[in-house]
Design a protein around this ligand. Structure first.
Ligand code: HEC
Length: 124
């Protein structure tokens, strides 16, 4: 009897592991990890912890572009949706400067994909 219980417990444990692995694999923001940590620690780009609702360019990241250094918007839903879809175009709109550039290449996470990314960013 004990043995059966152990096997059941073990199977349940293994299955929960699988669910966690699947959730990670399905993370909509997976591709961002090439350049970002989902913590406050900076990488190629700034750490993304707490980015939702924060003023742009204020994470303490030292290598920002001019445009992000002098940014005056807050990372709300609307700004982030445009950013993850096409940062190259978004930076021009946010700054009002058609020549503004960002160091982050466009990610093409638009529409539903973008919404999923932003929903994830809110949890950080
Ligand atoms: C190839 C590297 C790269 C990838 C991939 C990338 N980023 Fe970035 N990201 C950067 C860099 C570099 C910056 C700083 C840009 C600047 O200063 O112009 C940045 C800036 C940002 C900022 C502004 C942070 C702040 O504090 O103002 C956000 C938000 C962001 N990225 C989100 C994302 C998300 C979400 C993804 C995935 C969909 C992503 N990035 C993918 C390199 C990248």
């Amino acid at each position: 009897m004990k043995k059966i219980l152990m096997i059941v417990a073990l199977a349940a444990f293994m299955m929960s592991g699988l669910v966690v692995t699947e959730a990670l694999a399905a993370n909509p923001a997976k591709k961002c990890k090439t350049c970002h940590n989902f913590t406050a620690k900076h990488k190629v780009g700034p750490g993304l912890a707490g980015v939702f609702g924060r003023e742009a360019g204020k994470s303490g990241f030292k290598k920002h572009s001019k445009a992000l250094k002098s940014a005056n918007w807050v990372w709300d839903e609307a700004h982030l949706l445009k950013w993850v879809c096409n940062s190259k175009e978004a930076i021009k709109e946010f700054t009002g400067n058609p020549k503004a550039r960002t160091k982050m290449p466009p990610q093409k996470m638009c529409g539903e994909k973008g919404k999923a990314v932003v929903a994830f960013l809110k949890t950080l």
